[in-house]
Design a protein around this ligand. Structure first.
Ligand code: NAP
Length: 265
């Protein structure tokens, strides 16, 4: 198991789903974790649950589209835990519908959260992470949540494709730019994961009627995963812990696909 004792992590969108599982997995590996989100009650309950497991955790309200909120989140993390070593850009939104029914405002809102949020996070956190990246064999780490939709097209999800494709290639640019500062930057590409967003994928597809009702959509989507089921948040979190650790010291600018074999076809 990776040892992150002494590290400090900031995880966005951490009140539930993959973000919460990531905060828990980083904490179990020894890191102190700042959980941020816009869901305050869920975020505070998440911290209470982690503290019950002896994980050092705090919650902060933080909208990832807001640059001033990013500056506040990084400063609050340094103040609470003495530094910042790991950033997980996890917050994101999804919707599926035909392009003809999608407004430019909906397209831009998705880019604001899924793309601007990742850019602002890397921009704001990198100077803080660089301060003590030399302390760790594997340096500092940034992990960005992309998707299988950042690797291949998905009908009815063109705005999401745009956002997750951007995250994939922004990650590579940032990896090159931040390597001299001993900060590694990698992207993670989940298939369908059992979270509220995973359920929204099913509900939106069912609403459009392309694969039948919700039960048929679920069955059809499961068949896309050769392993035979959707992933769990912890499946993604375990990969993020690895990429954050010294065990990944020579890994930067790469893509970790966590999709039950979906894109191996
Ligand atoms: P989730 O359960 O919907 O959790 C995402 C969290 O981010 C929610 O708490 C959400 O709050 C929050 N959030 C949304 N907008 C935000 C903002 N502007 N600032 C801060 N937080 C915000 O989603 P998930 O399934 O855990 O997904 C996590 C990441 O993995 C996302 O980037 C997603 O695109 C990616 N991913 C997920 C899947 C999947 O199947 N689940 C597959 C591939 C990739 P609200 O409820 O208020 O929106």
């Amino acid at each position: 198991m990776s040892n992150l004792k002494g590290r400090v992590a900031l995880v966005t969108g951490a009140a539930r789903g993959i973000g919460l599982a990531t905060a828990r997995a980083l904490g179990r590996a020894g890191a102190s974790v700042m959980l941020t989100d816009i869901l305050d009650t869920d975020g505070q309950n998440a911290v209470a649950a982690l503290e019950g497991e002896d994980i050092k955790a705090r919650y902060l309200r933080h909208d990832v589209t807001d640059e001033a909120a990013w500056q506040n989140a990084v400063a609050a993390t340094e103040k609470a835990f003495g530094g910042l070593d790991i950033l997980v850009n996890n917050a994101g939104i999804f919707f599926a519908k035909p392009m003809g029914e999608t407004t430019i405002e909906e397209f831009r809102r998705m880019q604001a959260i899924n793309v601007d949020g990742v850019f602002l996070g890397m921009k704001t956190a990198a100077p803080a992470i660089a301060k003590r990246a030399g302390k760790w064999q594997g340096g500092g780490a940034i992990v960005n949540l992309s998707s299988v939709a950042g690797l291949a097209g998905a009908a009815l999800a063109v705005p999401y494709n745009a956002s997750k494709g951007a995250v994939r290639i922004m990650t590579k640019g940032a990896a090159l730019e931040l390597a001299p500062q001993k900060i590694r930057v990698n992207s993670v590409h989940p298939g369908v994961i059992e979270t509220k967003m995973g359920q929204q994928v099913i509900d939106d597809m069912a609403a459009v009627g392309v694969m039948g009702g919700a039960n048929e959509v679920r069955e059809n989507l499961v068949t896309l995963h050769p392993i035979g089921h959707f992933g769990l948040p912890a499946d993604v979190a375990n990969g993020i812990v690895f990429l954050s650790s010294d065990e990944a010291a020579f890994i930067t600018g790469t893509e970790l696909v966590v999709d039950g074999g979906m894109t191996a076809r």
